[in-house]
Structure formats: C-alpha cells, structure tokens
Design a protein around this ligand. Structure first.
Ligand SMILES: *Cc1c(COP(=O)(O)O)cnc(C)c1O
Length: 374
C-alpha cells in the first residue's frame, strides 16, 4: 500500500535523542529546546519562537497571547481542521465561520467583512494544505476594524506570500509537528511572533503561569497550562529542522508533478494557488466532479484502495460539527463550497519521500479508471 503520509527521518534524530537521554536532560529544560526554538525562529524570519506540546496548544497559547477573551468573536474558515475552532472554544470565545473560495479552498476573503461585528477581535487565517490565503485583503480588514491576525500554519511550514513567509503577515503564527506535517517531532508545536509581549505571554501561559523572572514563590497570578515540549522531543525537532528546506522542496516537487499529470483529466479538480503565493503542498487533494469524471468520489477511493493506494477524506466544515453546534456556534448559514469540498474531495499519497514512479502510478490509475479500461 502507498500510504497517504509517511515520516521522513534523517541522520541526526537518533543521535540527538540519545544525547538528550544519556545526559539525563529529558524534561523541558535542556539545550535542544532552546536550539530548536532559535533555529525555527531563524527559518521563519521571526524574532521569537516558543515550543509547545502540539499545534492545538500552540493555537490556544497564541489566542491567549493576543488577548482573546470569553465572548470575543474570532473569524476563521469553516473548511479547516477542528483544532482551529476548538482552540477558540477553550477560551470561551466564539468561532465565526466563513465559507471557502472555490479555487484556492482557503477562507473566502470577500465574505469576511459581512461577518465582522462589535465583538470581533481577530481573524484566523489557515493556509489550507500549505496554500496561503489572500493576505492583502485580510490586512486591509485588520486595519479597517483594528483586528488581530492569527495564522494557523500547521500545514504550511515555509509557505510564502509576496516572497515573505506567511508568519510575516500575522501578529502571531502557529505550527504543528504532528507526524504528517512538513517536519515532525511525533507530537509537537511552535508559536512564532515578532512581538515580545506576545512571546512572553506564550511562555508564561505554557508554563503554569510561573512568573517569567524565574522567581518560584509558587504564587500564580493566572490559571496556566502545562504545554511544555520535552528536550527529547526538541532533539528530534532540531534534527528535522536541519533538513526542513529539503523536505519542503520535495513536497513542492511532488505537488507540482501531481498537477502536471492530473490537470488534463476531465472531472478532477485541483487546488489553485494565487500567483502571489508559494504553496508548499502539505497534502495533495483532489475533488471529483462525478458528472464529468463519470465515477463518484467514493467509487474512485475504493478503486484506488484495491490498487494499493491509500487515501483519506477531506475534513468536514466547522458548521457541520455536532460539537460546535452544542457549544453554541451559529452553524445555520449556507457553506456550499466547503460542503462540496468535503463531499467530493480526498487526499492522495503525499509523503515527503514519495517516489516519482509512485505519483505516476497513482495518476495512471485515476486516468484509466475514468475510461474503465484497466
Ligand atoms: C494538524 C493541524 C492542527 C493541529 O495540530 P496538532 O499538532 O495535531 O495539534 C491545527 N490546524 C491545522 C490546520 C492542522 O492541519
């Protein structure tokens, strides 16, 4: 079976992990945490980076850092992973959904303004599958309504808009190092920012709200969290970041190859990226137009599976989530683009280490199944 996503481990992961363990530095103090944070900040071109336990806790910290409070509204794409919305709920704030754009599958920036109210405090952009949103329009709204921008770049390490990393455009940006992301620590996350105050607030909240001056008098002014990354995890992260550009470039080559081979198949729709954007192809998704392709999305998935090709469904929009309805989100509007992506889309194999022959094989199976000539 060609998996949807495999991990790529380099030479130094085991070496650094052994070093962390053999020297006894296995908790969240230790040189690998600091080095990983420094290298990640350098890579993103941000002044500050701080590690967390995963991409979801990174979002929670980032929202706390920019001052989101209970009852505040945060606008985000409905077509995203549940963590984006859940982190807003952790604070008691209210996620407000915007439908996707039909071509880029990102938040439809023309539909944000109609959702802004007096309670709106921030816009959360998500670079879906590694494809940054139309930031110029988002920045215009930020200025007009004095909002904060938080970017969920869990799927978008190294992505760019107008030649600058996506984190350049947000007040605060979050990353995930889950096993299927561009670089991984198994589980892990990072928050980056140029704002020292936000950086300090992240470090404060992630460490139980111990005072940052190191004075451990065991008096906590606020309710904190334990979102600290261990030195063992950071050892994997440091080894991964040594190869990050190579891993990103490999995913881009794979993504472009898929586009090359699939774009002429009638009824197979691919994610488009804006010309100002550098898409980093986290996952290669396709959307099946059954009327044109001649087979349904589900038939195609079964067929691929029978030919040894693993696939995964796209996520369901946030407006469809029973959990968020229960929480009290307004899920009543129509989100036809997101619905059509969820109902007709799925991911093809997207590992960093995918071989060219494997991509050619996957595309050949998709093409031949249309004609039914296998
Ligand atoms: C993976 C992902 C997250 C969550 O990251 P975890 O490390 O799994 O907590 C958040 N947002 C998006 C868009 C993601 O793809």
């Amino acid at each position: 079976m060609i998996p949807v996503c495999d991990v790529t481990i380099g030479k130094n992961e085991l070496k650094y992990v052994s070093d962390a363990i053999s020297t006894g530095w296995i908790s969240s103090s230790g040189k690998y945490v600091q080095s990983f944070e420094e290298q990640f900040a350098l890579f993103c071109g941000n002044k500050y980076a701080t590690t967390t336990t995963n991409g979801t806790s990174a979002l929670h910290l980032a929202l706390l850092a920019i001052g989101i409070q209970a009852g505040d509204e945060v606008i985000l794409p409905t077509f995203t992973m549940a963590a984006s919305a859940f982190a807003i709920c952790y604070i008691g704030a209210i996620p407000v959904f915007v439908d996707a754009e039909p071509d880029t599958w990102n938040i439809d920036t023309d539909k944000i303004e109609e959702k802004i109210t007096e309670k709106t405090k921030a816009i959360m952009t998500v670079s879906i599958f590694g494809n940054p949103s139309h930031m110029e329009k988002v920045l215009h709204l930020k200025k007009k309504y004095a909002l904060k921008i938080i970017e969920d770049a869990a799927e978008a390490h190294g992505s760019e808009y107008d030649g600058k990393q996506i984190s350049h455009y947000a007040d605060i940006t979050t990353y995930s190092f889950f096993a299927n992301k561009h670089i991984t620590t198994g589980e892990g996350g990072m928050v980056t920012t140029d704002n020292e105050e936000y950086y300090d607030r992240c470090r404060y909240y992630k460490n139980m709200c111990f005072s940052l001056d190191g004075n451990r008098n065991y008096l906590h002014e606020d309710i904190g969290y334990n979102y600290r990354m261990s030195n063992v995890t950071a050892a994997i992260g440091l080894a991964q970041i040594e190869n990050i550009q190579q891993y990103i470039d490999m995913r881009i080559v794979n993504g472009r190859k898929y586009i090359d081979l699939l774009r002429s198949i009638p009824g197979i729709k691919l994610q488009q990226s804006h010309e100002r954007v550098k898409h980093v192809y986290w996952m290669n998704g396709i959307v099946v137009d059954e009327n044109i392709y001649g087979r349904s999305r589900d038939e195609l998935r079964v067929h691929l599976s029978q030919r040894g090709i693993d696939t995964r469904l796209f996520f369901n929009g946030m407006h469809r989530q029973p959990s968020l309805k229960k929480y009290g989100c307004d899920c009543s509007g129509a989100y036809p683009i997101s619905d059509s992506l969820s109902d007709n889309g799925f991911y093809l194999p997207s590992s960093t280490s995918l071989k060219l022959e494997e991509i050619e094989y996957v595309c050949k199976v998709i093409s031949e199944y249309q004609g039914g000539i296998l």
